[in-house]
Write a protein that binds this ligand. Structure first.
Ligand code: ADP
Length: 403
């Protein structure tokens, strides 16, 4: 069975074709700048598992329908062809950012599901409308006989207890607007928890899962069930990220709004896109640029680094308290998978727990799944090469198999 995993953003479309016989990615790619400017500035690049690649610029790409047409062409024609016919695709799995209070598990697409995703647009104004477009394009391109499944980014967090979900605002407002902690990166945390259970050979694990990329979140998991997570109503809460502020005293936000005269929209823009590592350092949101700036002696880049690591440690510590102990800590996503010093720094301050990192293994682990703690460490520490696309494909397959 071949499954196409699709992640539609407002101006982008990422895809991966996965062969479920061996769970390997056959081909992947991305269309960017969909509907941007004149509609003729589209970019597309892709690659195949056997090493073929393509990259195109200035493509007419007025909407997602046109972009999906290029995806079909890339898979079925030309230098990167991997399919004889598009009908070889058995199912489509869509990543959907916000499942809100309506969806706590993956769902087969029907009109009710599409209406539900639309109802949740207020909570994910950039993402959910784009997901609906993606679903409709696939219906058009593949027809109704190819099942489409939505995998919601926060479904895995829906098991959180109320004490972790509910904010300290008047309860009537919580109820009226469904204004609670939904979290994000759930698909990744679920994959990470599954991998840690596989590596430890048991399910009953107290795990702190750290997904640290441009967006970053930490999740407390017990026996595979989420107990708490750092992202909130939206993916802004938690600790500092590439461009997002993470948690800030709400009074600091209203104070700055008054001083600077920001509207709610401007406030959201600043907290989401101009804060975090970028806002503090004034250099970049990218970890690699920050590394270079620190080497050159940039004080604010160093400050952003110190804040990032301190806040990560604080979350891990608080989740160890929430779980009443910890068996494993996992590091995943772009930054954590590729930065041995981050893993070392964070764990060093947790040495009172009997955590011991194997420096040689840690320093040589980049983007691959590996245990980086010593055998006598009281807590197992792992790097997990997270794979949200595979998780989406697995959930899609499970639904299709049950039809
Ligand atoms: P997202 O999916 O949220 O966009 P990723 O998980 O792809 O984020 O992570 C992107 C981040 O990972 C960037 O800050 C980037 O600098 C960092 N990153 C990627 N590769 C490396 C590397 N080799 N060393 C350090 N940081 C890296």
């Amino acid at each position: 069975m071949k499954i196409l995993v699709v992640n539609c953003g407002s101006s982008s479309l990422k895809y991966q074709l996965i062969d479920m016989e061996n769970e390997q990615c056959i081909a992947k790619g991305v269309c960017e700048k969909i509907g941007v400017g004149s509609g003729n500035e589209g970019l597309m690049k892709g690659s195949t598992a056997d090493g073929r690649k393509f990259e195109k610029e200035n493509m007419p790409m007025v909407d997602h329908t046109q972009a999906f047409g290029y995806v079909k062409d890339a898979l079925c024609d030309g230098d990167c062809k991997v399919l004889d016919d598009i009908s070889e695709i058995s199912a489509i799995g869509h990543r959907v950012v916000q499942g809100g209070w309506l969806f706590n598990k993956a769902e087969l697409v029907d009109q009710k599901v599409i209406d539900g995703i639309a109802e949740l647009c207020d909570l994910a104004p950039l993402h959910n409308p784009a997901h609906i477009q993606g679903i409709n394009c696939c219906l058009e391109l593949f027809g109704k006989d190819v099942p489409e499944v939505c995998v919601f980014d926060n479904a895995y967090h829906s098991t959180m207890p109320d004490e972790a979900k509910i904010f300290g605002v008047p309860y009537e407002l919580t109820q009226k607007y469904h204004c609670i902690r939904y979290g994000a990166h759930g698909t990744s945390h679920k994959y990470i928890a599954g991998e840690v259970a596989r590596l430890m050979g048991k399910e009953d694990i107290k795990l702190v899962s750290c997904h640290i990329g441009n967006g970053a979140s930490i999740t407390a998991i017990e026996n595979g069930i989420v107990k708490d997570t750092s992202m909130g109503l939206t993916p802004l809460d938690g600790f500092i990220m590439g461009t997002r502020s993470g948690g800030v005293d709400p009074s600091a936000v209203t104070y700055l709004q008054e001083k600077e005269g920001w509207t709610p929209k401007e406030t959201s823009e600043i907290l989401n896109k101009k804060s975090g590592v970028l806002g503090i350092s004034g250099v970049s949101s990218d970890e690699r640029d920050i590394n270079a700036a620190i080497k050159e002696g940039n004080e604010r880049a160093l400050l952003s680094r110190k804040i990032q690591r301190y806040q990560i440690r604080k979350f891990i510590g608080s989740y160890i308290a929430a779980l009443n102990g910890v068996d494993a800590i996992a590091f995943a996503a772009g930054i954590a998978e590729n930065t041995p010093t981050l893993r070392k720094d964070v764990c060093e301050n947790l040495s009172y727990l009997g955590i011991k990192i194997d420096d040689e293994i840690n320093n040589s682990t980049f983007g691959e799944t590996k245990k980086i703690s010593t055998d006598d460490s009281k807590v197992a520490v792992f790097v997990i090469a997270t794979n949200e696309e595979l998780m989406i494909a697995r959930e899609t397959k499970a639904i299709v198999d049950s039809l």
